[in-house]
Design a protein around this ligand. Structure first.
Ligand SMILES: N[C@@H](CCC(=O)N[C@@H](CS)C(=O)NCC(=O)O)C(=O)O
Length: 214
């Protein structure tokens, strides 16, 4: 199993399946393709007839593209890893939130690009404040749900935490405010050895992308 990703410092979509694989302890190889510093992603996408985007998971000679599709594949292929919650209601809640992350939060995503290395205080505009309020609502809904013990959204770590992982970097690194429940989750996510491993790699990268710097 081979995961293709982009810059660890900047590529929020790459982080999601990478973190799920690490947290589940599923062995995989990884290759970093860049899209602003050479044509490795372009060439890869041409060979495999894909959009020039990562993440992409290769399993043998077949291919799964798109972060959420990869997370679904992992959950199906490794049911013993419980990458979605077992309880159907909690699973539906986790999937709803993951899908909302996948298709929404455009203000937060565009105004506060993930940048693991940066740490600065940046004020949120009206549209971003609405996204932050929506995050607080989601966190409250998980707080009120019946779920197993644990610090993650659905108790134990699951795909919904992977989907929101880049939001932790955005909120933390730009000094944004969501809610105390979000802060508890964010601290637990930050302390994960896998997240620290990602951060260490991001810090080692020499690539610099002005469009992702605030
Ligand atoms: N919907 C896709 C989005 C993937 C995506 O936008 N990936 C970015 C990296 S974070 C990318 O490959 N960008 C290439 C480019 O901008 O040229 C997914 O969820 O996997």
């Amino acid at each position: 199993m081979h995961l293709y990703i982009a810059y660890k410092n900047y590529s929020s979509w790459s982080l999601r399946p990478w973190l799920a694989l690490k947290m589940a302890g599923i062995p995989f190889e990884e290759t970093l393709l860049t899209f602003a510093h050479d044509d490795s992603l372009k060439k890869f996408s041409e060979v495999h007839q894909l959009p020039a985007q990562v993440p992409v998971l290769m399993v043998g000679d077949w291919v799964i593209w798109d972060s959420l599709a990869i997370l679904e594949y992992l959950a199906e292929t490794y049911p013993e890893k419980h990458l979605w919650p077992e309880d159907p209601q909690l699973r539906a809640l986790a999937r709803s939130a993951a899908a909302e992350m996948h298709s929404g939060f455009s203000a937060l995503r565009s105004h506060f690009p993930m940048n693991c290395r940066t740490e600065k205080s940046v004020a949120a505009n009206e549209a971003v404040l609405l996204d932050l309020q929506r995050l607080a609502q989601i966190w409250q809904r998980f707080e009120q749900a019946e779920k197993p013990e644990g610090v993650f959204l659905a108790g134990q770590f699951s795909n919904v935490d992977a989907m929101f992982a880049p939001v932790m970097w955005r909120v933390r690194n730009y000094g944004l405010t969501v809610s105390p429940a979000f802060d508890r989750w964010a601290q637990a996510m930050y302390e994960l050895p896998a997240m620290q491993e990602w951060l260490a790699s991001a810090r080692e990268e020499a690539w610099h992308m002005p469009a992702y710097e605030r």
